[in-house]
Design a protein around this ligand. Structure first.
Ligand code: ZN
Length: 174
């Protein structure tokens, strides 16, 4: 695995509509592995291929669901790899949360997202998978899939201000 450089604004690759992946082959798996490594080192909870300068429809997400009740053990993070991801269903309610982005350093903003989303795509082996996500995980998927269409959180944000991406989890927990 190799870490790839994270591209930031105003790089135009972030604004392209990414291409569909035709076959999940070894070359795509190499991209996936590099994206996982890059996301972990950044660190971030998700990464889309355009963020490493590759305009193809691939996302990786790694996130630990918060404990459902107080006193419950902290859950270990779960890794999701999705090629050609699509939101096939979403909740009716919109929720506001604070987001940042590794490609938009120094800014965070308040963004409305669906409270739940079902995402369909292909896994690392090219098999079809479907993930039902709610809460913060649903937000991460919506943010990453937006990247594949050239959309950044600042386009959707009702308010944007100076802040660091590392501050977000604590804001989200407020
Ligand atoms: Zn982002």
């Amino acid at each position: 695995m190799t870490t790839r450089e994270i591209v930031t604004l105003p790089d135009s690759v972030l604004r392209l509509k990414a291409r569909k992946v035709l076959a999940v082959d070894d070359e795509v798996r190499r991209l996936i592995d590099d994206m996982i490594e890059t996301m972990r080192i950044a660190p971030g909870v998700g990464l889309a291929a355009p963020q490493v300068g590759d305009s193809r429809r691939v996302i990786v997400v790694e996130y630990a669901e918060p404990p459902e009740q107080e006193g419950e053990q902290v859950r270990s993070p779960k890794l999701y790899v999705l090629v050609n991801p699509e939101i096939v269903r979403h909740g009716q309610d919109l929720v506001t949360g604070v987001e940042g982005c590794l490609s938009v350093p120094g800014l965070i903003g308040q963004v409305e997202r669906y409270d739940a989303a079902t995402v369909k795509g292909l896994n690392r082996q090219g098999q079809s998978v479907r993930i039902k996500a709610a809460g913060w995980l649903a937000r991460i998927f919506q943010h990453e899939i937006d990247h594949l269409d050239g959309t950044l959180f600042i386009d959707r944000a009702s308010e944007v201000w100076q802040g660091e991406e590392k501050d977000i989890e604590s804001i989200a927990a407020d």
